[in-house]
Every structure is written in structure tokens, then in C-alpha cells.
Design a protein around this ligand. Structure first.
Ligand code: ZN
Length: 177
């Protein structure tokens, strides 16, 4: 097979974005090249930098530029409360309510047996270690209200309760997710 041309390579690369098929990848490529070259340059630099610099915070598992993120080291937060969310976006939504002052743990997904994502793939051992640090007293499960989110909350609830932690499920209707 002949190697991809520079243009083909760009179109093909854009297809790694979720929901982007060949047609929209082509549109994006032409738009960037024809109408927004400085935007394209900025995008490529930002992507490269993000991939090189960002890692998972050792405590909350969210993306961070440092070993432990600023939120996790903040003295203005209640370290006895740990809220479990699925994705960083869910954390942001929760923060916007200004109703929660504790710390977080981001699962980066949910249990989904059909997709082969079980407790091991979701690295629930890390959450367990985090929740059992001796300071956390209550875990608030704020996974989404989808079937997978509910099943994940149920599993986590069992897992944490038998270890003596207080566990609550965030009420439906609270604007999260
Ligand atoms: Zn953190």
C-alpha cells in the first residue's frame, strides 16, 4: 500500500476524534488549511504539550500537570469527604454547583462488562487505596444515572461499605452529569 500523502495523513489523523467520520475529517482539514492556519498551529502545539505534560493526579486521578493536583492539596477542602465521579467533565459540573467542599476521585469511565471493562480495568484498587487513606470518612457516589453508572455506584457501594466507610449516593435531580 502506498504511504498516505500529507493531506491524507491529516484527514486520517483527525478521525481519531470521537464522532468524526471521513467526511467531517476532510471538512476540518480543509478548514484548518484554508481558513485558519494559525489556529491549526496552535492546536497542534496544544495537543503535543498536553500529551507530553498531563498525567493523572496520584490522589484524584484527574488530569494534572503535577504529581498531585492543586485541588487535592488545597487546605480549604474537607478531606473527610470523597466524591466519586465518572469523568473530569462530571467533576467540573459538580464544582459549578458550589455545593460540595470535599475532595474527588475520577474513575475515568464506568463498569461496563459488555465492553470488557470490569473492576480491574477501571483500576478500582486505586480508588480503594484512596478511600482507605485513614482520613476519608464518607464517600459520595456521583456516577451518572445511566444503567452503567447505577451499576457502578452499586458495586462501589458494596465494596466500600464492607470496609467500614460511610457511603451515600447523590440524589437524582441534582444537576450532575
Ligand atoms: Zn488531584
Amino acid at each position: 500500500m502506498a504511504p498516505l500523502s500529507v493531506l491524507e495523513e491529516l484527514v486520517d489523523a483527525l478521525r481519531c476524534l470521537p464522532g468524526v467520520g471521513p467526511k467531517s475529517a476532510q471538512r476540518m482539514a480543509y478548514h484548518l488549511l484554508q481558513r485558519n492556519q494559525s489556529g491549526a498551529q496552535r492546536l497542534s502545539r496544544a495537543l503535543l504539550q498536553a500529551v507530553e505534560v498531563l498525567r493523572h493526579c496520584g490522589r484524584c486521578n484527574a488530569f494534572s500537570e503535577t504529581e498531585v493536583c492543586e485541588r487535592c492539596t488545597s487546605s480549604r477542602r474537607d478531606p473527610t469527604l470523597l466524591c466519586v465521579v465518572e469523568m473530569p467533565a462530571d467533576l467540573n459540573t459538580m464544582e459549578q454547583t458550589h455545593a460540595y467542599r470535599g475532595l474527588y476521585y475520577v474513575l475515568m469511565g464506568h463498569l461496563s462488562p459488555l465492553d470488557g471493562i470490569g473492576p480491574k480495568e477501571l483500576h478500582l484498587d486505586r480508588l480503594l487505596a484512596r478511600a482507605l487513606d485513614g482520613t476519608v470518612q464518607e464517600v459520595i457516589l456521583a456516577t451518572n444515572f445511566t444503567n452503567e453508572g447505577e451499576a457502578t455506584a452499586h458495586y462501589l457501594g458494596e465494596m466500600l461499605r464492607v470496609r467500614g466507610l460511610r457511603v451515600s449516593r447523590i440524589a437524582r435531580g441534582v444537576p450532575v452529569g
